[in-house]
Design a protein around this ligand. Structure first.
Ligand code: ZN
Length: 286
């Protein structure tokens, strides 16, 4: 009965969202508002322009500018044009993986292409520090959005392994928060055997080095929760581009272009989506 009630609520919510999107379309945008079609759910949405920030949910499906930009650059690279998920031609032979991709676009992509969402601690499992051999050279695309800032150092392994997941000619769709200038800042460059302790309500990272010395850090930054979301570094633009080039990627592109019809505008020239390609005729094996 509980399952029936849950399904009923989901259907009612979907119906409400459809009606609300239609009303948005009929009423159009007011002053300081923008009307766009969400490329994740395919519905219309009207929001205040000031709300179109990288992370704020600006459609009833929960999509933000960042999430819509992932769909935008993925479809641009795979199909040569920006498509909303409901308009993607069904092609399950097009295979790719994501790393803890957001549920709203992940569930919809599964119905169109051979998309597999992977996780660090549940099936299907993928740890980009040491991915299973079954994934290597299998992917037409790999998506990683706001994950690499949490990967334990050295982060070069994550870039190298992503390259190895891709088929020659495969596409990497990548986002991380990054600064426009300077170099990447590693918070724990000597991270080795570490744990996070709670002391007087404060979280402390205790790191035991190879020679037995102990380091402690109390200025920890967590993103959206605890544990695996500890910020390990703040990337810079040149740091990201340098890692991609070093790992062997070509066609590295920062997508600063807006796509207003899909509600994608950028308030800052940093932390933008990036695409890169594993060269088609590559013998490069990092
Ligand atoms: Zn939506």
């Amino acid at each position: 009965m509980a399952e029936f009630t849950r399904k009923l609520i989901l259907v009612a919510r979907e119906f409400y969202n459809l009606v609300a999107a239609r009303l948005d379309e009929l009423s159009g945008p007011g002053d300081g508002e923008i009307m766009f079609r969400c490329n994740v759910c395919g519905r219309m949405s009207v929001v205040g322009e000031a709300k179109l920030t990288r992370e704020e949910a600006t459609c009833r499906c929960g999509s933000s500018v960042r999430l819509r930009s992932i769909v935008h650059v993925l479809t641009l690279e795979l199909f040569g044009k920006s498509l909303a998920i409901p308009d993607i031609p069904v092609c399950h032979g097009l295979v790719g993986i994501d790393m803890s991709g957001a549920a709203n676009y992940a569930e919809r992509l599964v119905g169109r292409i051979g998309y597999v969402n992977t996780f660090l601690h549940k099936e299907p499992c993928l740890d980009i520090v040491s991915p299973g051999k079954e994934w290597l050279s299998r992917c037409d695309f790999v998506i990683s959005s706001d994950v690499f800032e949490h990967v334990a150092p050295p982060v070069s392994r994550a870039f190298d392994n992503t390259f190895r997941l891709l088929k020659p000619g495969g596409i990497f769709v990548f986002t991380v928060p990054y600064t426009k200038g300077g170099a990447t800042v590693e918070h724990f460059p000597e991270l080795s055997d570490y744990r996070i302790e709670r002391r007087d309500g404060k979280r402390i990272l205790v790191n035991r080095l190879f020679d037995g010395r102990i380091q402690e850090f109390d200025d920890l930054v967590f993103h959206g929760g605890e544990g695996e979301t500890l910020e390990m570094r703040v990337f810079s633009e040149s740091g990201v581009l340098g890692e991609l080039a070093r790992a062997g990627f070509s066609d590295i592109r920062i997508h600063a272009e807006p796509c207003v019809r899909f509600g994608i505008v950028w308030e800052h020239p940093w932390s933008l989506p990036i695409t890169a390609k594993r060269p088609a005729a590559s013998s490069f094996e990092p």
